[in-house]
Design a protein around this ligand. Structure first.
Ligand SMILES: [Zn+2]
Length: 264
């Protein structure tokens, strides 16, 4: 099993050079996507409040729709997370859509679009903050955004989507004692399972902060997959407990500025 968890054509570098850092449209990513299973990472969908610090975590509903439409036209489909990993054939036009944190705006703005294009997705929720707000962000001056309540998460599940755990309180796990990290990892699984009466098999490392001891804890807790924020697609040799993802967002500022200049 390759510790890098990435399909070889990406590792050799020739393809990586042509790929932008963030996903905003399919064209530059198509060859990379054909080399493995891509997992896109989203956070907040909808209008961005004035003064938001991490602007890249917001994507407008119309740009989100553009991305879904393009994937749909190219023949991409989503199937539940577990199913994807059982048959990791390459070049099969499968993609996984993930949303970190469990924001209410995903239910409001992304769910109708996911349904329109017949896609399904997973939201990683913070077990102790259900129905509250992004407390971990407020500490660093970010705008408050509501997180889905118990009822809203049920609505998300009933529309054919999945949830996973994003810990109890969204800490940097590597800064905690292993004992506290274990409580965040396995305690959140148990709490979500009790709350929703479903099995919770998927974990997402807050801030993409992971290491091998943490990955061992995730395995021991009984999760079957975990996602990181490391860039790349996943192949048959990927470790399912440290999967790579590609951050999806609006086109980069430099490209946008360039396009704006051209239109003048
Ligand atoms: Zn997060």
């Amino acid at each position: 099993m390759s510790p890098a968890g990435v399909y070889p054509p990406f590792v050799n570098g020739s393809m990586a050079q042509k790929v932008p850092k963030y996903y905003s449209q399919l064209a530059p990513f198509a060859p990379l996507f054909d080399a493995g299973l891509p997992i896109l990472m989203y956070h907040k969908i909808g209008p961005r409040p004035f003064g938001a610090r991490l602007k890249g975590l917001y994507l407008s509903a119309s740009l989100f729709e553009n991305q879904l439409k393009e994937l749909s036209l190219a023949g991409y489909r989503t199937v539940p997370f577990s199913e994807n990993l059982e048959q990791p054939q390459l070049n099969n036009r499968r993609i996984i859509l993930t949303f970190d944190d469990g924001f209410l705006n995903v239910l409001e703005y992304a769910l109708p679009l996911l349904q329109k294009y017949r896609f399904q997705a997973i939201q990683y929720v913070v077990a102790d903050l259900i129905g509250k707000a992004n407390a971990w962000d407020l500490k660093v001056g970010e705008k408050a955004e509501p997180l889905m309540s118990h009822e809203q998460i049920k609505e998300w599940l009933q529309s054919g989507n999945e949830i996973g755990s994003h810990s109890c309180t969204h800490p940097h796990l590597s800064r905690l004692s292993l004992r506290d990290a274990q409580e965040e990892i396995s305690g959140s699984k148990k709490r979500l399972e009790d709350m929703f009466q479903i099995s919770i098999a998927h974990f997402c490392f807050p801030y993409g902060d992971w290491n091998e001891p943490l990955r061992d804890i995730v395995r021991e807790a009984g999760y079957s997959t975990a996602v990181t924020t490391e860039f790349g697609v996943n192949g048959p040799e990927s470790n399912p407990l440290s999967l790579r993802r590609i951050m999806a967002r609006y086109p980069s500022r430099s490209l946008k500025t360039f396009a704006e200049k051209l239109s003048f």
